[in-house]
Design a protein around this ligand. Structure first.
Ligand SMILES: Cc1cc2nc3c(=O)[nH]c(=O)nc-3n(C[C@H](O)[C@H](O)[C@H](O)COP(=O)(O)OP(=O)(O)OC[C@H]3O[C@@H](n4cnc5c(N)ncnc54)[C@H](O)[C@@H]3O)c2cc1C
Length: 263
């Protein structure tokens, strides 16, 4: 059951010009949250903007009851959120989403991420490594200046592959190319992905061609985050053309078995 907390921003870090990491006290949420869950954050005391903004959980510090999330400034909501200072209070609902990442009994997994989609993958990699799973991580950035959290992801993976679209740092090209290359040499039990839609489509295709289970986190645009506005519908795979079926990312997701959704 999600909790609503009105809680203190204990640490604010600026990772890039438009990228912030917030740490808040939220033991009620931390105790029950799972990798892949997200939060709905109220931006303002007044009702402008009216809708809360969905942001993924980055890290759960279970010992201290501290919850961390990272967000990029996109528009009005995230701009205003970025103005909060340490000591300010924030109204957060979470953990949300019933579809979370499942580690099953896998021994050797691939985690693929790009853009803002890398953030929910940190807690997943952390828990997988704690469980003794071999974590092959592939993360993609547009260029060298946008590379963040390298040390953090390195610590939580067995092997980290960083790519930049323009080749300005580490490997050149798309992260999925490197995942596919490794897959030709080693068996992987599952693929987990979060990132831009073309990346998710490529991950789904690759996994289905190779018959590997694949879990995708869909960061669809979302209104209420609580299953009321129905703004985050995605089509289910193989539903009839004349009678398409939809599921809602906020309630059933954000993480889905790739075979269940048409993206
Ligand atoms: C389940 C979920 C988890 C998310 N996790 C994170 C996260 O961990 N970190 C993070 O930085 N962002 C995350 N997002 C995206 C974040 O919610 C949006 O960037 C934010 O709501 C934009 O609000 P705004 O008021 O700043 O911008 P708006 O004024 O609402 O929009 C500004 C611009 O951002 C675009 N935009 C709005 N929503 C999205 C979206 N969902 N995806 C891509 N573009 C969008 C709009 O088209 C517009 O161009 C997540 C979204 C979802 C649905």
């Amino acid at each position: 059951m999600p909790k609503q907390v009105y809680t203190k921003l204990v640490k604010k870090e600026k990772l890039l010009d438009d990228l912030y990491k917030f740490s808040v006290e939220a033991k009620e949420i931390v105790d029950i949250a799972k990798p892949g869950n997200f939060l709905e954050i109220r931006i303002n005391e007044n009702l402008d903007p009216f809708l809360r903004r969905p942001i993924s959980i980055y890290n759960l510090n279970k010992e201290k009851g501290i919850l961390e999330f990272i967000f990029q400034v996109k528009g009005k909501g995230t701009q205003l959120l970025s103005k909060k200072e340490e000591g300010d209070f924030i109204d957060i609902i979470g953990p949300l989403g019933s579809g979370t990442f499942k580690l099953e009994e896998y021994k050797n997994i691939a985690i693929l991420g790009g853009g803002i989609g890398i953030f929910p993958l940190y807690e997943l990699a952390k828990e997988a490594k704690q469980d003794g799973i071999n974590v092959n991580m592939y993360i993609e950035f547009r260029n060298k200046n946008l590379v963040v959290l390298e040390k953090e992801f390195e610590e939580k993976s067995s092997k980290l592959t960083i790519t930049t679209d323009d080749g300005s740092y580490k490997n050149s090209g798309f992260a999925i190319q490197y995942l596919e290359r490794d897959l030709n040499e080693n068996k992987l039990d599952a693929i987990y992905a979060c990132g831009p839609l073309p990346m998710l489509r490529a991950a789904k295709k690759l996994a289905e061609e190779r018959n590997i289970p694949c879990q995708l986190s869909l960061e669809e645009k979302m209104g209420c985050g609580l299953g009321v506005c129905l703004g985050c519908a995605v089509k289910t795979a193989n539903s009839p053309v004349d009678n398409p079926q939809y599921i809602h990312v906020c309630k059933a997701g954000p993480v889905f078995d790739s075979k269940l959704v048409e993206i």
